[in-house]
Design a protein around this ligand. Structure first.
Ligand code: HEM
Ligand code: ISQ
Length: 154
């Protein structure tokens, strides 16, 4: 798939802003996942300890940050030459991890909704239909590689 210069630019520009406050946005991303699908908590071992408030759970914070950074960095690099190959090798291990946790294709839609919601909430002044579809395409590209890797390993 070829990404328009405009949509690559939109993702890069918005990611530059969101990543400045990556930790807070990452926690918001997690929160949105569990708001959309409370049952998703069962997937994450660190969500089983309910004695720690959500925002202060150090494991949640570091997981969320990793996921958010990977998603954003991957999205911002989509237009670049060779980006696909680099991602594929990074996602190889990650696919195995998701498979072992029992993650299924349908779950990726929840993460997509949560991501778009997080960007909208983080950048209300930049939010537009074009920004939304640019990020949706970027996420779909990443999710497709990860899902294909999972199918290949299943
Ligand atoms: C772990 C990214 C989709 C569930 C991880 C990790 C990353 C990641 C980077 C490793 C972080 C870590 O565990 O230290 C992504 C990306 C996704 C995606 C980029 C979409 C493109 C999903 C979906 C689910 C999911 C749809 C469904 C519930 C998990 C679980 C772990 C994990 C359960 C392991 C957490 C643990 O160690 O217990 N993911 N993920 N992920 N992800 Fe995802
Ligand atoms: C995907 N994998 C692991 C953790 C996540 C947190 C928030 C959103 C998506 C995720």
């Amino acid at each position: 798939k070829v990404y328009s210069k405009e949509s690559v630019q939109l993702v890069k520009q918005s990611w530059a802003i969101l990543s400045k406050d990556a930790q807070a946005n990452a926690v918001a991303f997690f929160k949105n996942v569990f708001e959309i699908a409370p049952a998703a908590k069962g997937f994450f071992y660190f969500m089983q300890d309910t004695s720690v408030p959500f925002e202060q759970n150090p494991k949640l914070k570091s997981h969320a940050l990793q996921v958010f950074r990977l998603t954003g960095d991957a999205a911002a690099q989509l237009g670049d030459k060779g980006a696909y190959e680099i991602l594929e090798s990074r996602l190889h291990k990650l696919a195995a991890k998701h498979l072992s946790k029992g993650v299924q294709d349908a779950h990726f839609e929840v993460v997509k909704e949560a991501l778009l919601q997080t960007i909208e909430e983080g950048l209300p002044e930049l939010w537009s239909p074009a920004l939304k579809s640019a990020w949706a395409d970027a996420y779909d590209a990443l999710a497709t590689i990860l899902k294909n890797e999972m199918h290949a390993q299943a």
